[in-house]
Design a protein around this ligand. Structure first.
Ligand SMILES: Cc1cc2nc3c(=O)[nH]c(=O)nc-3n(C[C@H](O)[C@H](O)[C@H](O)COP(=O)(O)O)c2cc1C
Length: 177
């Protein structure tokens, strides 16, 4: 008999091919316990620009797909860099499409900003996700600074302190369920 896994929908705020944020999500998916199944969303750039006029009962197809992934997931992980002291536009855009819905209400969530500095984007990410009523505690959020020196090309985390904080983050995320 197959046991139903806990489904996590993971969103990377970077659309870059060699993204360190993607590598962190990959690392989490490989190190979380096997009750979990993590799907990393790689289509952020294909979500159309938010327009309130299109946010009616028939929103664009890509938006319906994205919203349904969140709705059906048991939890959500977001891992993003900071661009010009803010969230990358593509991530902010996708989150704007969620404001008129309740898909994030009480959704168990983990939030990581992994960037050169990232402080402003992290604050904004927490504020936006609180506004969307996502469920997370202090230990379900993490700011990793100087990220490019902490992950190598192959996706290995090469900084021991980052490995430790990520291990703790994963444990605390698992404990939400
Ligand atoms: C357009 C642009 C703006 C950036 N602005 C910031 C910034 O304000 N703060 C910061 O910490 N990093 C900034 N960065 C650097 C990113 O943190 C860095 O490129 C990071 O590795 C991106 O994540 P990724 O490896 O997942 O793509 C910027 C990068 C780009 C391309």
């Amino acid at each position: 008999m197959s046991i139903k896994k806990i489904k996590i929908f993971a969103i990377t705020g970077s659309t870059r091919k060699d993204s360190s944020n993607f590598k962190i999500l990959k690392f989490i998916s490989e190190n979380i316990n096997d009750q979990f199944e993590i799907e990393i969303f790689e289509d952020l750039e294909r979500i159309p620009h938010f327009n309130p006029d299109l946010d009616d009962e028939f929103p664009p197809e890509k938006v319906i797909f994205f919203r349904n992934k969140i709705l059906r997931a048991d939890g959500v992980l977001i891992c993003t860099p900071e661009y010009v002291f803010s969230l990358p536009g593509s991530l902010k855009n996708a989150l704007e499409w969620c404001v008129s819905t309740t898909i994030f209400s009480n959704k168990k969530t983990g939030l990581i900003t992994a960037s050169a500095s990232g402080e402003m984007a992290h604050q904004q990410l927490l504020l936006i996700m609180r506004t969307l009523e996502a469920k997370f505690e202090e230990h379900n959020q993490l700011l990793i600074q100087g990220i490019r020196g902490k992950v190598d090309e192959a996706g290995m985390i090469i900084n021991s302190q980052t490995l430790e904080v990520l291990a703790l983050f994963i444990k605390d995320f698992e404990n939400q369920f």
